[in-house]
Design a protein. Structure first.
Lengths: 284, 310
């Protein structure tokens, strides 16, 4: 990476132009987020007062207050937050188990039709989920699952991309590793749970994060699959509150900030691992 | 997509295996390990495709029974001006947003490729919007661009311009959608392009420099051809995402104003959940699925083609 220096890098140059472009883009990408977070600490009366002038006051509230956060307590938001945490967390745990087992089987076991099945798994990974939301709703309705946690969790557990990432990892482990344990009389289940799975922790972390974030950010499916307030997820709860009156903006700021942070914290913690794995998934 | 690594592993497998007691086929074991995942994929990914195709052939009569109507749902869809308008809008949307996002993401990747002072900060800044969900992105920008309370309009006013409608303006709504979706999306696609750029062999550049190629020639003759696979992947993946563009339309414009943002996924949703016309909605879904599957086939073809060359 550092040897790229001086080749095409010099063309882009350490010139001011490069940093000017970088700074302009960074402002465009970051300032909306700064505005969101700062506005969540703004007293209700100030939101309209600042709407006719753009300046540093747009980003810095005159008085800091937590009232926008406190007022969320008696809304449907806490329930939605817990719903989302439960759904995303359960999907993540089930997903790691189910997808790693499948990845392990594809990598280690010999069976007829392995290649064909793997291609099907990959094909499922390439198809965007939104494309099938409406027919999937029909299926869930036949199952009698509409408006349940099952409807929110189960369709997102099996994940072709995560299976594939696990397979790639387990293929790279020398067979001797498993064979030694086999000779010692360990069962395959034991080998998988006690040896292979712990060994694959980077994929476990990436896969878990992917599935957690996918569920946390899901919109279309929870919108149709769980319409009642009991099962409303956080993204839906926030957008239901959207209106163009200033009175509701304070809560929109605070609830959006909270929803962003929950996805952001694990992302930042495992940023390198996560980005490397999603990038490699596109290049293999 | 995986042919190279997959066949490599398959070749290594049988050679390693005979050294332990040659295992019989692991069919039973494999079935046990695979069953939960495959069951999930079949029920929740594969079956819906069939349901879309079959359900589109039925219509609910006044008594609430499903009646087989053949291709009638498709016929009435194709006679509907609204359908053609939304198909045109969806295609126009894609023709603009995909090249636009890829150009911007590529530029962003090139900008942060080379290490330098503060580059870590800029990389992080470029990644950040991708952690916002598309729904929250829509909420955030509908407030930023609000006609009376939004700070963007305050800025415009301060600079002496008139306040703009953005999402509320028939002429600006689709363009605003594209800009807002790109604000979130470009950092994500940049990740793939950046990984591709890191993968280019430096010796290619060295050789070109020795041959006297200038930086533009190096970009044109080395970087671009070497980036073919990542660029193809991003183009097709991005297109699939944008053909299914839904949340911001649902949250902000509901297809309006005056059908300006009438994208197909929203119309399919509306047919089912607003008008309770499942046959029509599934016919819509089938058309969308055909487009997406067509795009996926093109993706495989293009990638395969790229492999033959290398």
């Amino acid at each position: 990476m550092s040897t790229v220096d001086g080749t095409m890098g010099r063309r882009l140059g350490l010139t001011g132009a490069r940093y000017l472009a970088l700074s302009a883009l960074a402002c465009l990408l970051l300032l909306p987020l700064v505005w969101l977070v700062m506005s969540s600490f703004r007293p209700a009366g100030e939101i309209f007062a600042n709407s006719h002038q753009f300046g540093w006051r747009t980003f810095v509230p005159g008085r800091l207050t937590f009232e926008n956060y406190l007022s969320l307590a008696d809304s449907g938001f806490p329930r939605a937050l817990l719903n989302s945490l439960f759904v995303a967390g359960t999907t993540m745990l089930l997903g790691v188990l189910v997808n790693s087992a499948a990845g392990f089987a594809f990598a280690v076991f010999e069976f007829p039709g392995r290649k064909l099945l793997l291609v099907l798994v990959l094909a499922s990974a390439m198809m965007p989920f939104e494309a099938i939301v409406i027919p999937l709703y029909q299926i869930i309705r036949w199952f009698g699952w509409v408006d349940s946690y099952r409807a929110l969790i189960l369709p997102e557990v099996a994940n072709g991309l995560v299976i594939f990432l696990f397979r790639q990892f387990f293929v790279g482990v020398p067979k001797e590793f498993y064979e030694a344990a086999r000779v010692d009389g360990a069962s395959w289940l034991h080998i998988f749970l006690k040896i292979a799975l712990p060994l694959s922790w980077p994929v476990v972390v990436t896969g878990a994060l992917m599935q957690f974030i996918t569920q946390w950010e899901a919109f279309f499916w929870p919108l149709v699959a769980a319409p009642s307030p009991d099962h409303t997820l956080v993204q839906i709860a926030i957008t239901r509150n959207i209106s163009f009156e200033e009175t509701s903006w304070g809560r929109l700021f605070s609830s959006t900030t909270i929803a962003c942070l929950v996805a952001l914290i694990p992302f930042l913690a495992f940023q390198k691992l996560y980005l490397r794995n999603i990038a490699s998934s596109g290049l293999k | 997509m995986t042919e190279l690594t997959a066949s490599g592993a398959a070749a290594a497998g049988p050679k390693a295996l005979p050294r332990l007691k040659k295992p019989r086929s692991h069919l039973g074991l494999a079935a046990l390990f695979l069953a939960p995942a495959l069951l999930g994929l079949v029920i929740f990914r594969l079956a819906p495709i069939g349901v879309a195709g079959l359900g589109a052939l039925y219509r609910e009569n006044l008594e609430g029974d499903q009646v087989f109507v053949g291709l009638a749902n498709f016929a009435s869809l194709f006679e509907d001006m609204g359908f053609w308008h939304s198909l045109r809008t969806t295609i126009l949307f894609n023709l603009i947003i995909n090249p636009f996002q890829i150009a911007i993401s590529f530029a962003m990747a090139l900008l942060v490729l080379r290490p330098g002072r503060g580059i870590t900060f800029f990389r992080a800044a470029f990644f950040l919007p991708m952690t916002l969900s598309i729904g929250l992105t829509a909420v955030l920008w509908s407030m930023l661009l609000d006609q009376t309370l939004g700070p963007i309009n305050a800025l415009l006013e301060q600079l002496g311009f008139a306040r703009q409608g953005f999402f509320r303006s028939e002429d600006q709504a689709l363009g605003t959608m594209i800009a807002v979706a790109s604000w979130k999306g470009c950092g994500y696609w940049m990740v793939f392009l950046l990984a591709g750029l890191f993968g280019i062999d430096d010796q290619l550049y060295e050789a070109a420099r020795i041959d006297g190629a200038n930086s533009w020639q190096r970009f044109w003759h080395i970087t671009l051809p070497q980036m073919r696979r990542p660029l193809t992947f991003v183009l097709i993946a991005d297109t699939a995402v944008n053909f299914l563009f839904f949340a911001p339309v649902y949250i902000i414009t509901s297809g309006g104003p005056n059908d300006a943002t009438s994208l197909m996924m929203f119309r399919a949703y509306e047919a089912a959940f607003t008008f309770m016309n499942w046959g029509r909605s599934l016919a819509y879904s089938s058309v969308i699925l055909l487009i997406v599957i067509g795009v996926a086939i093109v993706q495989l073809k293009l990638l395969r083609h790229g492999e033959d060359e290398s």
